[in-house]
Design a protein around this ligand. Structure first.
Ligand code: 2NL
Length: 362
């Protein structure tokens, strides 16, 4: 056998023996790569005499074409086999259940806040908002707090560092009343607003957290009176708890910013085994405190640029977190603001079930 015939036989055997595309590629490099055997032969043709080249050229070119063809054929064959093997190994089981996805939940406080806003919106109230950091005037003075009122003490209110130039000490608002003060100062009556938001007091025990949520409301008109207050708040409570009617009482109280002032209670039967361990509203001999309210004090109207001889109105305020716990059976206040996702998974609401008085609140 000639050297060329031996070379061809060796290469064809090696191509046939290759079991992976990578092995075929190694043969191709050995034969046709820069320093490959066939490449060497092709290069050598440059140094041949014309006669020799005429004779050897077709032989070497033929060798190259057959080896190239054999490599391409073997590669195609192995690629097809490799694809078949992958398709057999990497099958997808479409009957497997989808992996569970973590989804967020709406905090009960925010759910209840949205429910309350939906009820009041349905009664014609607009929503007003304001800053968490307030000044003494909007949080206390305009609300008829006397200069020595205990709420102004360091131990009840969070104060920011005094301003180095003016000495003014800003506060974290202790209620959302300042939002209503701002509304009265910037628009003339009639006014019908609620002010939902975060509030802060230096209080921390089994029933108080330093940060909590409030909704306050304010209605000012020419002839707004206690009758409007009682009807509005009873209607609110009925809609909020999805009751036909509420058995309520208005118990005299004191707030600096209202006169007269009252706390509203609704009749209830405290949780006991006969009631499945749940609080029952509208029956029993107990009373549940729901909110505080009253007729806006003339001094407050005056401080906000509203003439108390022309206008009067009522205001109210309630704690959202406590009502959320009551409505949805949250037993312990403290985990409410610990941001534990396991707690939220248990007590949270779907973000797709936004409260809507037409379709039911929750
Ligand atoms: C409560 C009691 C109340 C108000 C808040 C108010 C606001 C203005 C004027 C007059 Cl601008 N009053 N707000 C009135 C009565 C009670 O809140 O127990 N909150 C948790």
């Amino acid at each position: 056998m000639t050297d060329l015939a031996t070379l061809e036989l060796d290469l064809i055997n090696a191509i046939g023996a290759a079991t992976t595309v990578a092995e075929v590629e190694a043969v191709r490099v050995a034969a046709l790569g820069k320093t490959g055997a066939i490449s060497g032969l092709l290069k050598g043709m440059g140094a041949m005499s014309p006669e020799e080249r005429r004779e050897q050229g077709p032989v070497i070119n033929g060798l190259r074409d057959r080896v190239t063809g054999a490599i391409a054929a073997r590669k195609a064959e192995l690629e097809a086999a490799e694809l078949d093997a992958r398709l057999a190994a990497e099958h997808v089981d479409l009957t497997l259940p989808a992996r569970p996805r973590r989804k967020g939940g709406v905090h009960p406080t925010m759910q209840v806040m949205d429910e309350m806003i939906a009820v009041f919106a349905g009664m014609g109230f607009a929503v007003a908002e304001g800053p968490d950091i307030e000044d003494d005037f909007h949080n206390f003075t305009a609300l008829n707090f006397p200069p020595k009122h205990p709420a102004r003490e360091m131990h009840d209110t969070f104060f920011l560092q005094p301003d180095p130039e003016t000495g003014e000490r800003k506060v974290l608002r202790t209620h959302t009343s300042p939002v209503q003060v701002r509304t009265m100062m910037s628009q003339q009556p009639p006014i019908r607003i609620i002010a939902p938001g975060r509030t802060f007091r230096k209080d921390s025990d089994a029933t108080h957290t330093p940060m909590f949520h409030q909704i306050e409301g304010l209605v000012i008109g020419k002839d707004i009176h206690m009758g409007h207050l009682k009807t509005t708040l009873k209607e609110f409570v009925a809609r909020f708890f999805e009751l036909d009617d509420v058995d309520a009482r208005f118990r005299p109280h004191h707030f600096p910013f209202t006169e007269p002032s009252a706390e509203m209670d609704i009749r209830c039967d405290r949780p006991k085994p006969e009631n499945g361990g749940k609080l029952v509203l509208n029956q029993g001999d107990d009373w549940l405190e729901i909110l505080g309210c009253g007729m806006v004090h003339p001094n407050v109207l005056r401080s906000c640029g509203i003439d108390p001889d022309q206008w009067q109105g009522f205001a109210f305020g309630m704690g959202v977190d406590r009502l959320a716990m009551l409505k949805y059976g949250v037993a312990d206040l403290r985990p409410m603001f610990e941001a534990d996702v396991r707690w939220l998974a248990h007590y949270g609401f779907s973000a797709f079930a936004a409260p809507n008085p037409a379709s039911g609140l929750s």
